[in-house]
Design a protein around this ligand. Structure first.
Ligand code: COA
Length: 173
């Protein structure tokens, strides 16, 4: 049996996800100001109503990680979803759950819909290394203003379901 499982979140998970998200404040991709767990829960409920995807990682009936993506959009001639947040509780990191959450989002649509999953990461950051390690390809450079004042140079990455995860490994050999 796997040490943790990944599944689509239900409304019953929202409070626990919000508590985890509040724990990871400051680690958000979008640089939004810090919010309390109840505020995050309310926003999350609204996001789910408007079509966002939410997956959770669970261990022994506790939510230990989650990933949220935007609703399906049409852009650049295809379907795109934005990775809005991904978080794994610190004590459970580097065991593959983050990668499993990304793969769950990528495969969360019924074929023939194969959206590209996109996300931004600051240049040289651990999150950028996580994106690269999980098969994301750099699309373009982009500056982002974080917390309303600091401009940070970063890269927009994209994961594609067409590419098998093993491609990188084959090329690396
Ligand atoms: C980013 C995050 C979700 C990764 O979760 P995770 O479960 O540890 O990820 P995985 O175990 O699947 O990591 C896969 C690979 O990514 C790379 N990686 C992951 N975290 C890394 C880090 N901090 N530094 C460098 N590389 C990293 C590694 O290559 C790793 O493989 P390895 O452990 O065999 O070396 C987790 O670190 C996290 O929640 N961080 C804080 C929140 C955050 O920054 N979120 C993004 C903005 S919303």
């Amino acid at each position: 049996m796997p040490w943790a499982t990944v599944r689509v979140a239900t409304l019953a998970d929202v409070a626990e996800v919000a508590r985890l998200a509040a724990r990871g404040l400051g680690e958000h991709l979008d640089g939004r100001a810090a919010l309390s767990a109840p505020e995050i829960a309310v926003r999350l409920l609204e996001d789910l109503e408007t079509g966002d995807l939410l997956y959770v990682g669970e261990r022994r009936s506790r939510v230990i990680g989650f990933a949220q993506a935007s609703e399906l959009m049409v852009a650049d001639g295809g379907h795109v979803v934005e990775l809005l947040r991904i978080y794994v509780a610190p004590e459970h990191r580097r065991r593959g759950l983050g990668g499993d959450l990304v793969r769950a989002l990528l495969h969360g649509f019924r074929l023939p819909v194969r959206p590209v999953l996109r996300a931004w990461a600051p240049c040289g950051s651990p999150i950028e290394r996580f994106f690269q390690a999980t098969g994301a390809r750099p699309l373009r450079q982009r500056w982002k203003v974080v917390a309303g004042e600091m401009a940070i140079r970063g890269v927009v990455y994209a994961w594609s379901r067409h590419e098998p995860a093993s491609t990188d490994q084959r090329l690396a050999r």
